[in-house]
Design a binder for this molecule. Structure first.
Ligand SMILES: [Zn+2]
Ligand SMILES: [Zn+2]
Length: 379
């Protein structure tokens, strides 16, 4: 009975696939299609019937993801930023949680460990040919993580960051991890070490008999050394990193990181979540690129949180996130040359959803040189 059902289902899918369109998914993208109603197997997506659950919010429908990862990095600068995860807490199947990497001299420095961190590395490796990412992301190189804040959507990938490279490092060796972040990061990492102790012990005492090197992680709290003027918190031969305080809801300590790359002097800033603040302006002063969140103001009435009225939502959500008016002020006051949005919160009705509408809102507000990232992009 079961096999009969499978046969019928497959036959139905094949029938749809062959009659759906003369153009392939790739051809449609190359032709500049605004969006596609098919996935890469030319099978039509199943459009959710109920747009009111967390799984079926318009922003989570894969039908709105219309392009492959691209390389937007300057050709004459060897230092790059890889966007591995551009998502937010929503369960968008096409965007991993916030995860970025600065790559200098073939070595990666990670910013935030969102959901799906290890898979985001894997996807990125197959997305960009300009860099030898398979070599750059060797387990022995996965060592430094900088957390903007300790919200779940920016940290839930930490157990993967700590354990997975170790599991795959029997021939090449793994690095012991160092995780910089706000107050509490040491406690968080200690709990992860404890929580996965059985797994780790099995790896170096059990059948694999791996060496214990590379299996540990320490959290390095960088507070209270951080104030709005910024402090240098890390330096090696490749990068110098400064930390600045940001403002993001009721969290006490949230951080923007300003990387200066030594070989080519790029200034790359990671704002994490949050609204306009003096610390963020200082972090982004004259920077080449700022990677930061953005949220709709026009369609805030469709937000599922923040209160019952538009006024309440604007007040509550504005205490956490970056409206277009904030972004404009931030660009004006910091003089940052380019802004790349990740963690875009794009609320709308299902009928009027436009994947790029937050970007357009930002541009309508007067923000210039702003882009919206997708997983696997290079900047
Ligand atoms: Zn977030
Ligand atoms: Zn957050």
């Amino acid at each position: 009975m079961k096999s009969a059902i499978i046969t019928i289902t497959l036959a139905a899918i094949c029938a749809v696939a062959t009659t759906a369109s003369a153009q392939t998914y790739e051809e449609k993208l190359a032709a500049g299609a605004e969006k596609t109603d098919q996935n890469h197997l030319n099978v039509p997506f199943v459009k959710p019937k109920n747009p009111k659950t967390v799984y079926t919010l318009p922003g989570n429908w894969p039908v709105f993801e219309n392009r492959a990862p691209i390389d937007r990095s300057p050709r004459d600068k060897p230092s790059k930023v890889l966007v591995m995860g551009s998502g937010d807490p929503n369960p968008n199947p096409y965007r991993y949680g916030p995860a970025l990497a600065v790559i200098v001299n073939g070595y990666p420095y990670f910013i935030d460990a969102g959901e799906g961190w290890w898979r985001a590395v894997g996807k990125s490796v197959t997305s960009q040919g300009a860099l030898d990412l398979a070599t750059i992301m060797a387990p022995r190189n996965l060592k430094y993580m900088f957390l903007t804040h300790l919200h779940e959507d920016h940290t839930v990938g930490l157990p993967s960051f700590i354990s997975n490279p170790y599991k795959f490092s029997s021939t090449t060796g793994a690095a012991d991890k160092k995780v910089y972040g706000p107050e509490g990061v040491d406690e968080m990492i200690a709990h992860i070490n404890t929580g996965w102790r059985l797994d780790r012990n099995e790896m170096f005492q059990g059948s694999i008999m791996a060496a214990a090197d590379g299996s540990t992680a320490v959290g390095v709290p960088i507070w209270p050394q951080v104030d709005v003027k910024g402090r240098k918190i890390f330096e090696d031969d490749n990068v110098m990193v400064e930390a600045f305080p940001t403002e993001h809801g009721f969290l006490k300590h949230t951080i923007a990181y300003r990387f200066t790359t030594k070989p080519d002097g790029r200034i790359l800033v990671f704002g994490g979540d949050g609204h306009y603040s003096e610390g963020l302006v200082n972090a982004a002063k004259g920077a080449d690129v700022l990677f930061v969140e953005g949220i709709t103001r026009k369609n805030i009435k469709f937000a599922s949180w923040g209160g019952d009225t538009v006024e309440e939502k604007v007040k509550t959500i504005g205490a956490y996130h970056m409206f277009p008016s904030d972004m404009k002020k931030l660009q004006h006051d910091s003089g940052v040359k380019e802004i790349v949005m990740i963690h875009v919160q794009n609320y709308n009705s299902p009928e009027n959803f436009d994947r790029l509408s937050v970007l357009k809102e930002m541009q309508d507000e007067g923000v210039t040189n702003i882009l919206q990232a997708q997983d696997g992009d290079l900047y």
